[in-house]
Write a protein that binds this ligand. Structure first.
Ligand code: CA
Length: 218
């Protein structure tokens, strides 16, 4: 996990406690380094101090939430209701007010990690899908998909690199047996391409002539 905290004593305490729990910890001591690590790293949990030199914990939280669902705990001396609301609105999952007891920190870390793990993520190239939240992102950008488009992309990504026939897509996405009209699949594939492929430099959805469609890595 990543801990961004500028007070050496507190950073050290958190680091020791989390290591003692068997967790791997990276510490950043100011906002700029924290921002870079948070955005480029692949952490299971990010703990952000609010007041930091460089970017604030809130800045990092907002930037991280643009394309990642990593659980975030905000750590701060601020304890007014307004500040808590601001932190949660910025996308934080939880909030710990300093000074805190070690047991509270660890309990919240465990809870955040459990929540993070229970969230299903399907990842294919730069495409991320969270089926429970019906949320899809490509290259960090949220894709605005209709329910049917989401189901279609979900079916393709579940069978990524395998060709799906129009009939298979119909039965998986529309839920009825093929009865002669598969054009609807082609129509929806066109819609999907406009949102999933066209805005980006590379294409994921490929046509296999006479057979169906396949999701392939660029
Ligand atoms: Ca601080």
């Amino acid at each position: 996990m990543l801990v961004v905290e500028d007070e050496p004593r507190i950073a050290r305490i958190i680091e020791l406690e989390l290591r003692h729990e068997g967790l791997t910890v990276t510490i950043a001591r100011e906002g700029q380094a924290g921002m870079t690590l948070a955005l480029e790293g692949d952490f299971d949990l990010v703990i952000l101090d609010w007041m930091l030199p460089g970017y604030s914990g809130l800045d990092i939280c907002r930037a991280l939430r643009k394309d990642k669902r990593t659980p975030i705990i905000i750590l701060t001396a601020k304890d007014s209701l307004g500040d808590k609301v601001l932190g949660l609105d910025a996308g934080a999952d939880d909030y710990i007010t300093k000074p805190f007891e070690t047991e509270e920190l660890l309990a919240r870390v465990r809870a955040a990690l459990r929540r993070g793990q229970s969230r299903e993520l399907i990842r294919f190239a730069d495409l991320y899908m969270y089926p429970e939240e019906r949320r899809a992102l490509r290259a960090g950008q949220t894709l605005e998909l209709t329910a049917r488009e989401f189901d279609l992309l979900h079916a393709l990504v579940r069978h990524a690199e395998k060709v799906l026939t129009r009939e298979a897509i119909l039965s998986q996405v529309w839920g009825y047996q093929f009865d002669g009209e598969t054009n609807v699949v082609d129509v929806y594939i066109r819609y999907l391409r406009l949102k999933v492929d066209e805005p980006f430099a590379t294409s994921l959805i490929h046509t296999v002539r006479g057979v169906g469609y396949v999701l392939r890595k660029p």
